[in-house]
Structure formats: structure tokens, C-alpha cells
Design a protein around this ligand. Structure first.
Ligand code: FES
Length: 128
């Protein structure tokens, strides 16, 4: 393999990796203010990722809501989903606790940043 072919191949791999991360969040619009959602949209023992607001809202126990930045503390992808009681970033596999955003599985080492969430009737308001 020529040096040029090797470099091109390495770039292709690197570009794919970067694009995968960018696809996870770089193209999402910046948050422009608080986000509202029905409390019923947040499953007990799980949560939802609100991509336009770049926040994750969780409900570890009935009526207990938490919100976190959806920007992964590893390399800034947007986290992908909440599965089996954990917030998952598919870029490199980090997992975070729905109770406090703590990094449970790396490579991320830092917790997701908390966001304020208030409950009014059946509506949640999350600060971004
Ligand atoms: S950016 Fe989330 S695990 Fe790497």
C-alpha cells in the first residue's frame, strides 16, 4: 500500500468517526430557551432525549424528575437514548445514571451536567 493510499484510508476512517459523532448532535439546533413537555412522556425508570433542547429528562421513581444536558462529557456527542435505566451515548458507549447523571460506563468520566426541571400540573419545564 502506498503512503498516499494509507493516509487516505486513515482519513476515511477518521472522517467516519468524526461524522458519526457530528451526526449525533453537531447538526442539532442550539437550545433557545426552556423546553416544555408532558410529564406522561417520561417513562418511570427511564427517560427521554429531547434533541432540539439538548436535554435528557428522566423519572427514576414515580413523580421524581431529573434533567441533564444531553451533551456527552466524553467528546460532546448528543446522548442517544435511555435504555434499561441508563442514559446511553452510542458514539463510544458511555452510560450515565438516570438518577444523577453520573458516568457509570466509560470512556466518559464526568457526569452529565444537571439542568433545572419544574413540574406544573402535568407539564414539565426544563431549562436549557
Ligand atoms: S462522545 Fe459520548 S461516549 Fe464518546
Amino acid at each position: 500500500m502506498s503512503r498516499r493510499a494509507f493516509v487516505g484510508g486513515a482519513c476515511a476512517v477518521g472522517c467516519l468517526a468524526v461524522t458519526g459523532c457530528a451526526g449525533g448532535g453537531e447538526s442539532e439546533p442550539e437550545p433557545s430557551g426552556p423546553v416544555e413537555l408532558p410529564a406522561a412522556d417520561v417513562p418511570v425508570g427511564g427517560g427521554v432525549v429531547l434533541r432540539p433542547g439538548r436535554v435528557v429528562v428522566t423519572q427514576p421513581e414515580p413523580g421524581v424528575f431529573h434533567a441533564f444536558s444531553a451533551v456527552c462529557t466524553h467528546q460532546n456527542c448528543l446522548v442517544s437514548a435511555v435504555n434499561q435505566g441508563r442514559i446511553v451515548c452510542r458514539c463510544h458507549g458511555s452510560q450515565f445514571a438516570i438518577e444523577d447523571g453520573a458516568a457509570l460506563v466509560g470512556p466518559a468520566q464526568e457526569p452529565l451536567a444537571p439542568r433545572p426541571v419544574t413540574v406544573a400540573g402535568d407539564t414539565l419545564t426544563v431549562g436549557t
